[in-house]
Design a binder for this molecule. Structure first.
Ligand code: FAD
Length: 469
C-alpha cells in the first residue's frame, strides 16, 4: 500500500517536555506544525518520571506525617499504605495532565500523529502508524526522542524481581525488601518512597558517597538522614553477580563478597539515549560516544534544518532543560535567533528533606580559581521551619568575594525546590549578597533562610551565632 503523504513546516519527533513545548512554541510563531509520538503525550516526565515519582512521594509524605502525628499533638493509629490506590491516584494525575497537553496542542493547531518516526531525508519523515505509513514532507525537523532507563548486562530484566524506574512506579504490593543499585537522584527518590511505605531498603553505590554529583556537605548529611530512617547505604560497592532469581526475590553477590537478598532489586544507574533507529547515521547526523546527538547553542545538528533537544542531546537530563531547549530550537526553526544558556539551571531532588542547587558549589568555584565567601544558615534556627516540624538542613550561598555577586546556592530543607528560584533569578540578574540580605523577607517564612544566608556571607546574620574567628 502506498504511504499517505502530508506537508508540514516543522515536524517534532517525541512529545515529552522537550517536544510538546517545542511544538507549541513553534505553533505560536506560525502554522504547519506536526508532532509525532509513539507512546504517550508528556513522555518520560509525565508518565514514567517527574510527575509519577512526585505523586508517590506525596503519598509517602502523608504516611510519614501520620506516623509523626504525635509530635504535633495528634493521636492517630499506625497508617496502612495501600500501594494499589496510590498507583491509581498517580495514574489519574498523569492522565489529567496528558489531557491538558492534548487540549493545548489542539488549541495551538498542532497536528498530533500517533506513531514511530524515522527520518528518510532532512526534509522527509516517515511515520509508522497503526493504520500504515505516513510520509511528511517538511522544511525543518526537531528530534526530541528522549531516553530510556539504562540496563546493565549483569541483570536479567525479564525477571519479575528486577525493576527499572518504570516498573518501580507500577508495583501494586509493597515489597518487604528492596535493593536499589545507584544512589543518584532517581535511586534516592525511590529509597524515600519505599522506606516510607515500610520496605527495608538497601542502596548500593559504586562511588564513595551517595548523590555523588551534589555538594559534599549535602551528600554527607543526606546519608545520615537516610541511615536514621533505617535505609542501609553501601558505598564503593558494586553488584558482582546475580546469584539467584526466584519468583519471590533475588540474591546478589557484592564486590565485597557479601550476598544480599531482597524481594525486588531496582536498577537506577542512569539513562540510555534514544538516538538509534531514527535514520540519523544514514543522514550523517553527528553522534557522540554515548549516542547523544551533537548540537550547537542554537540546538542545530550538523545537518541543516535538523535540530535536537532534551535528553537525547546528553547534557543535563532534566525536564525543564528539555523544555527550554525546545523553545530555543522552535524559535530558530521558525526564523528567530535564539541561544541556549546553561549557566543558571536549578536542579532538585525530592527526598525528605528536599535538595536543590543552582550555579556554582564552593568546590566548583575553587576549581575555577574564584575567591568566594560562603554564607550558611541552618533551618534549625528558623521559626517557620521549626513550627512546621522541618528543622533539618541548611542554605549555603556562594558569593564572589571581589564583586559580592551571588554565584551559587545549595539548599537542603523544607520546600528547597521552591526556594531555589529566588537565587536562580538573583544569579541571572547579577544580584549581590548585599541586595539579597537587605531585601525584606516576610516573617515567618522559609525564604528568610536565604536572606539570613546572604547576611551570613557578610558575617552579620541575626539568627546565627557569629563564626569563631
Ligand atoms: P522524554 O520525556 O523521554 O520524551 C521523549 C518522547 O519521545 C517519548 O514520549 C517517546 O515515546 C517519544 N519517542 C521516542 N522515539 C520516538 C520515535 N522514533 N517516534 C515517535 N516518538 C518517539 N526531571 C526533572 O526535571 N525533574 C524531576 O523531578 C525528574 N524526575 C524524574 C524521575 C524519574 C524516575 C525519571 C526516569 C526521570 C526524571 N526526570 C526528572 C527526567 C525527565 O523525565 C527527563 O529529563 C525529561 O522527560 C526529558 O524530556 P524529553 O522531552 O527530552 O524526553
Amino acid at each position: 500500500m502506498a504511504a499517505e503523504k502530508q506537508q508540514a513546516k516543522l515536524v517534532v519527533i517525541g512529545a515529552g517536555p522537550g517536544g510538546y513545548v517545542a511544538a507549541i512554541r513553534a505553533a505560536q510563531l506560525g502554522s504547519g506544525v506536526v508532532l509525532v509520538e509513539r507512546k504517550l503525550l508528556g513522555g518520560t516526565c509525565l508518565n514514567w518520571g517527574c510527575i509519577p515519582t512526585k505523586a508517590l512521594l506525596a503519598c509517602a509524605e502523608v504516611v510519614e506525617t501520620i506516623r509523626e502525628a504525635h509530635e504535633y499533638g495528634v493521636k492517630v493509629g499506625e497508617p496502612v499504605p495501600d500501594l494499589k490506590a496510590m498507583v491509581e491516584r498517580k495514574d489519574k494525575i498523569s492522565a489529567q495532565l496528558r489531557n491538558g497537553i492534548a487540549q493545548l496542542l489542539k488549541a495551538n493547531k498542532v497536528e498530533v500523529i500517533n506513531g514511530t518516526a524515522r527520518l528518510l531525508a532532512p526534509d522527509r519523515v516517515s511515520v509508522e502508524t497503526p493504520e500504515g505509513e505516513v510520509v511528511v514532507e517538511t522544511e525543518k525537523v526537531i528530534i526530541a526522542t528522549g531516553s530510556e532507563p539504562a540496563r546493565l548486562p549483569t541483570f536479567d530484566f525479564d525477571q519479575p524481581a528486577i525493576l527499572t524506574s518504570t516498573e518501580g512506579l507500577e508495583l501494586t504490593e509493597i515489597p518487604k525488601s528492596l535493593i536499589i543499585v545507584g544512589s543518584g537522584v532517581v535511586g534516592s527518590e525511590f529509597a524515600t518512597i519505599y522506606n516510607a511505605l515500610g520496605t527495608k531498603v538497601t542502596m548500593v553505590e559504586l562511588m564513595p558517597r551517595i548523590l555523588p554529583t551534589e555538594d559534599e556537605r549535602i551528600s554527607q548529611q543526606m546519608k545520615r538522614i537516610l541511615n536514621k530512617k533505617g535505609i542501609e547505604i553501601l558505598t564503593e560497592v558494586t553488584i558482582e553477580e546475580m546469584v539467584e532469581y526466584r519468583a519471590d526475590g533475588v540474591k546478589a553477590k557484592l564486590s565485597t563478597g557479601e550476598v544480599l537478598e531482597a524481594e525486588k532489586l531496582l536498577v537506577s544507574i542512569g539513562r540510555s539515549l534514544n538516538s538509534s533507529g531514527l535514520g540519523l547515521e544514514e543522514l550523517g547526523v553527528e553522534l557522540g560516544q554515548r549516542g547523544e546527538i551533537v548540537v550547537n547553542e542554537r540546538m542545530e545538528t550538523n545537518v541543516p534544518g535538523v535540530y535536537a533537544i532534551g535528553d537525547v542531546v546528553g547534557g543535563i537530563l532534566l525536564a525543564h532543560v528539555a523544555s527550554f531547549e525546545g523553545i530555543c530550537a522552535a524559535e530558530n526553526a521558525m526564523g528567530l535567533d535564539s541561544k541556549m544558556n546553561y549557566d543558571v539551571v536549578p536542579a532538585c531532588i525530592f527526598t525528605e528533606p528536599e535538595i536543590a542547587s543552582v550555579g556554582l558549589t564552593p568546590a566548583k568555584a575553587d576549581e575555577r580559581g574564584i575567591e568566594t565567601r560562603i554564607g550558611r544558615f541552618m533551618f534549625g534556627g528558623l521559626g517557620k521551619a521549626l513550627a512546621m516540624g522541618k528543622g533539618q538542613g541548611f542554605v549555603q550561598l556562594v558569593v564572589e568575594a571581589s564583586t559580592d555577586k551571588v554565584l551559587g546556592c545549595q539548599i537542603m530543607g523544607p520546600h528547597a525546590s521552591d526556594l531555589i528560584h529566588e537565587v536562580a533569578l538573583a544569579i541571572r540578574m547579577g544580584v549581590t549578597a548585599e541586595d539579597m540580605g537587605r531585601t525584606v523577607h516576610a516573617h515567618p517564612s522559609l525564604a528568610e533562610a536565604i536572606m539570613e544566608a546572604a547576611e551570613a556571607a557578610h558575617e552579620r546574620a541575626i539568627h546565627a551565632a557569629p563564626s569563631r574567628k
